[in-house]
Design a protein around this ligand. Structure first.
Ligand SMILES: Nc1ncnc2c1ncn2[C@@H]1O[C@H](COP(=O)(O)OP(=O)(O)OP(=O)(O)O)[C@@H](O)[C@H]1O
Length: 402
């Protein structure tokens, strides 16, 4: 489905290649995480798949086509088989949710009847049926990303490319987006996702391709994010570790793909975790968008409590507090080079690490009774945490945030 053979990409005016002799094969239906430090070549890789750029050396085949043989004129046709999602959403600000999604179909000449059927179906799938008439600025960050995902999948692409799709979202909203991407993959779409989100990579146990300075240093089925700075769980107090374990249990429950109970890292996470709905958990993930202030406050409170106790026990200091990142707004249709190269490393997801290398977010408020089984059954993370709000159409919640 995607085949890189000895691909090197060297940008003009640079001393070192961004990609250096890459061999990579992605099969139909796979979910592949591309991880690596900032500047390791993840976006370059996606740009090449999208035929936004061409390799300096080597060949790339996508969906059976040799990309070097596709003329510039035919590139837009080739891209119809690919959906793309970016960190900064790239919605058309002057169009409604419906029109943003419909526009994709209009430009490729789909009939009005087709559009009238496909757009509502897709909005339903991503949980935005009731926001079709809204404009992007009236939506939360998570909702905007859902629109972007709806736009990417409305033409049923064979491949979905996602470049840090959760990079501008808070952890709870990111979880909803990951559930959606997983559901899209389960429905047959090949997903290739560049990310810094160690938590999701670790828990989803999909294939992980790790790049370092343009070279594939790891290609692992069911892999984790890899060795990056994190909090050794052994250094935490019992209370701090409990917060992290509990959070992990909730994320595991939400992302568990096949309904099998998940064995986890001790404590609360050792109990079997029930399977959430197989279909995209539309309402669930909507309500799971915990407002920014609450999510960050809970996260910070948990961090401080754990830090205090850890300090009292002479443990290692915890990670620094999370800073909100600046949202970026642009339109994929206005932007000549949608995969920008100016992304900073926004990976500020706090993690904890146990000896097996798992990392866990600390975004959930401690002290609340967390039963992953119940959470899965009710289907609402926010509700379970007592953070639910009426899904009032007039109410917008979080903006893009890290
Ligand atoms: N258009 C360009 N011109 C010159 N150099 C570029 C260009 N695009 C990317 N690079 C360089 O290529 C290398 C790989 O960049 P790339 O954006 O692919 O990395 P990345 O892993 O996606 O990084 P990040 O995680 O920060 O998004 C970097 O050294 C970058 O500076």
């Amino acid at each position: 489905m995607i085949l890189f053979e000895n691909v090197t990409k060297k940008y003009r005016g640079t001393a070192k290649p961004a990609l250096d002799g890459i061999d990579l094969k992605v099969d139909r239906g796979e979910f592949v995480f591309i991880v690596g430090a900032s500047g390791s070549g993840k976006s370059s890789c996606l740009r090449l798949i999208l035929r936004e750029d061409q390799p300096s050396v080597g060949s790339i085949h996508v969906l059976g086509q040799d990309l070097s043989k596709i003329s510039s004129r035919k590139v837009p046709y080739f891209r119809r088989s690919l959906g793309t999602v970016f960190q900064d959403f790239r919605l058309l600000q002057n169009k409604t949710v419906y029109d943003n999604v419909a526009f994709t179909l209009q430009v490729i000449g789909k009939s009005r009847g087709f559009i009238q059927e496909a757009v509502p179906d897709t909005l339903e799938m991503v949980g935005l049926a009731n926001k079709a008439k809204r404009f992007p600025h009236e939506l939360s960050g998570g909702e905007q990303q859902r629109v972007a995902i709806a736009r990417a999948i409305v033409n049923k692409p064979a491949i979905l490319l996602a470049d840090e799709p959760t990079g501008n979202l808070d952890p709870a909203t990111s979880l909803g987006i990951m559930q959606l991407l997983r559901a899209i993959n389960a429905a047959g779409t090949t997903v290739v996702m560049a990310t810094h989100e160690a938590t999701f990579v670790d828990i989803m146990q999909q294939r992980v391709v790790e790049l370092s300075q343009g070279v594939v240093v790891r290609d692992e089925q069911g892999g984790g994010y890899g060795e990056t700075a994190s909090i050794p769980i052994a250094d935490l107090s019992e209370a701090g570790a409990q917060v992290l374990r509990t959070s992990e249990a909730v994320v595991r429950a939400a992302l568990q793909p096949d309904g099998t109970p998940v064995a986890s890292q001790g404590g609360a996470a050792q109990q079997p975790v029930a399977q959430p709905t197989q279909t995209p958990p539309v309402q669930q993930t909507q309500s799971a968008a915990i407002p920014m202030a609450e999510a960050l406050a809970a996260q910070e409170a948990a961090r401080q409590r754990a830090a205090q106790q850890a300090a009292a026990e002479s443990a290692e200091p915890l990670a620094p507090p999370i800073q909100p990142a600046q949202p970026v707004a642009a339109s994929v249709f206005e932007e000549p080079n949608p995969f920008g190269d100016n992304e900073e490393d926004l990976d500020e997801t706090r993690r904890a690490e146990d000896p097996t290398g798992r990392r866990i977010p600390a975004f959930l408020e401690p002290g609340k009774p967390l039963d992953p089984l119940q959470m899965s059954e009710t289907g609402s993370l926010a509700e379970h945490l007592g953070l639910n709000r009426k899904d009032n159409d007039d109410e917008t919640d979080v903006g893009p945030v890290r």
